[in-house]
Design a protein. Structure first.
Lengths: 308, 266
């Protein structure tokens, strides 16, 4: 089931002042997010990521195009009952305690006071903030604010959660805990829309990714699809003899690196098996053998670099 | 329930900013001072000598406190509420607010109602206590004083609608305070004196028309105060025009605030 769907989305901003010049933040942007996905949105600064999230949340209006969430147009605010959002650099009223923040935003999400009370302890426990619930948030650290922000985004038990840089300012242990929370939410069938600069984090959490640059969608797919570098198979072996190296070079056009490593590009399972047979016949041990993948970071840098 | 939360949010924010705490402390000091004043020998003496004219003395005291509280109200409340909209529109705050299932119109109306309610409670405390003190002391219970609470609240609501409009358009609380003080203490009294003072010097019809035009479209805090005095003195109100035109001002600026707030990207 499609949870988010956009069609030919476009957003122009006025350049400012009395200028008639327009800045296009999004161009002809169409994409879908399915239920249960952890969807990662990537792009350099100014790519249009925040504009996209704000359009989906009704904070910014699109110039052209269609947006539907849960199959309905976003013109009706009711869809926000099923949404949780953690903005980047969020500002909660600093005169409130953690517990009061959850109460205030829970009530604004349409919950009753009883519902908020029954849920706030649970969510504060999940984000490990229970013992700080009575403390005014002006005394909180950045990491604590992020944890509280995540609890706030979950308080109305939303079907779809938008998280903008959720691990910003959080230490590595805290990041791992946040990842575990998000994965637990995915297991419950929730859809998560993640906007993060930390590519390793996106790689660890997301099953689908979209890459934006200059307001355009330049790549979309699963992490495997995006990071796949074709049909390159990498072998690590014990010392290769000169004869074997010659066979690999002449018959399989392998790229050999030293005496213990070579890469073969093929989509034939039969060829791969033949190579394994040759290695075994020559008493060469296969230490590892895998289909080569790009890291998300390498792929991202190459892709954005080639565009710019 | 959401609307109630918005209102309580405004009250909580105002309390946290301590401006209203200042208002309550000052009001309490005025009340204490007034209580001491009422119990001085000279006041008791005046009350004894006044005999049947004691009612006039009571009314005079009440009007005096009303005027003092009006000045207090304008100063404290303007400072207290002028930052409500700009702080809501700050990045990271407005995003969160607009992601909730609340219409933008409801947000503005919630902020407006919260501010007005806050002033109403403050006035009930100050004027209600003065009324009780004076009435107990002299045994003259003039309930019409209490109606001044509503007129003053309305007077504030008119100004607050402009505060909200400036907040939505410029996100500046300082500008809001400056414009309102300029309007309330300079422009409006200046326009209100048009028939008694200005038109003695300005005889040109076009100029008089322009002055009249601005007088009618702008709020009239001074005239509303005069109406309150008439009510306390149980006199006939010469004209309800200031109330009607001020109400029109309120509706116009509140509607414009909602319109622009609905249109804007944040």
């Amino acid at each position: 089931m499609e949870v988010i769907s956009t069609k030919n989305l476009k957003k122009d901003y006025q350049a400012g002042g009395f200028s008639k010049e327009k800045i296009t933040a999004l161009k002809n942007f169409s994409f879908n997010v399915n239920q249960g996905d952890i969807f990662g949105l990537l792009g350099p600064n100014g790519a249009g990521k925040t504009t996209l999230v704000k359009i989906l949340l009704g904070i910014v209006y699109p110039t052209e195009g269609e947006v539907s969430i849960f199959g309905e147009s976003i013109k009706n605010e009711k869809y926000k009952n099923k949404i949780g959002y953690l903005p980047e650099n969020h500002k909660f009223p600093n005169y409130l305690s953690g517990e009061q923040v959850l109460h205030y935003f829970g009530m604004l999400s349409g919950l009753t006071s009883t519902e908020v009370k029954s849920r706030s302890d649970e969510y504060l426990r999940i984000v490990d903030m229970e013992k700080w619930k009575k403390t005014k948030i002006k005394k909180y650290s950045k990491g604590m604010m992020q944890r509280l922000g995540i609890a706030q985004a979950m308080i109305n038990e939303p079907e779809l959660i938008f998280l903008d840089e959720p691990t910003d300012g959080v230490d590595p242990i805290g990041r791992k805990e946040i990842r575990d929370i998000l994965l637990a939410l995915k297991d419950k069938g929730k859809t998560i829309f993640l906007n993060s600069h930390l590519l390793s984090e996106i790689e660890l959490m997301c099953n689908k990714v979209a890459i934006l640059n200059k307001g355009e969608l330049i790549k979309e797919g699963t992490i495997d699809e995006i990071t796949s570098s074709g049909n390159n198979y990498m072998f690590t072996t014990s010392d290769l003899s000169d004869d074997v190296i010659n066979i690999l070079l002449s018959q399989y056009f392998a790229s050999v690196h030293g005496k213990n490593e070579f890469i073969v590009n093929t989509d034939s399972t039969e060829k791969l098996n033949n190579i394994i047979d040759i290695l075994r016949k020559n008493n060469i041990l296969i230490l590892s053998f895998f289909k080569e993948k790009n890291s998300l970071e390498n792929m991202f840098i190459n892709l954005i670099g080639s565009q710019n | 329930m959401i609307f109630k939360t918005l209102i309580s949010g405004v009250i909580r924010e105002a309390i946290a900013k301590k401006v209203f705490l200042g208002f309550f402390i000052l009001s309490t000091l005025i009340l204490l001072g007034f209580f001491i004043f009422l119990n001085t020998d000279s006041v008791t003496g005046v009350a004894t000598m006044a005999g049947d004219d004691i009612n006039q003395f009571v009314l005079g005291s009440e009007i005096f406190i009303l005027n003092v509280s009006y000045l207090l109200l304008i100063t404290f409340c303007l400072i207290g509420v002028s930052s409500i909209i700009p702080s809501m529109l700050e990045k990271g705050n407005i995003d969160l607010m607009l992601s909730k299932p609340i219409s933008r119109a409801k947000i503005i109306l919630g902020k407006f109602t919260g501010g007005v309610l806050l002033i109403f409670v403050s006035l009930v405390y100050l004027l209600g206590a003065v009324w009780l003190m004076v009435s107990f002391k002299f045994g003259y219970w003039n309930a019409s004083v209490l109606s001044s609470i509503f007129i003053l609240t309305f007077s504030f609501a008119v100004i607050y609608s402009l505060v909200i409009f400036i907040g939505v358009m410029t996100q500046s609380s300082v500008l809001s305070i400056i414009i309102n003080i300029f309007l309330i203490f300079l422009i409006c009294p200046f326009l209100a004196s048009r028939e008694t003072v200005l038109f003695q010097f300005i005889t040109n019809n076009v100029a008089q028309f322009i002055i009249n035009f601005f007088y009618y479209i702008l709020p009239k805090p001074g005239d509303l105060q005069t109406i309150t005095t008439h009510i306390i003195n149980k006199e006939n109100i010469p004209s309800w025009q200031p109330v009607l035109t001020s109400a029109l001002f309120l509706i116009t600026f509140l509607s414009a605030s909602i319109y622009f707030f609905k249109k804007k990207d944040y």
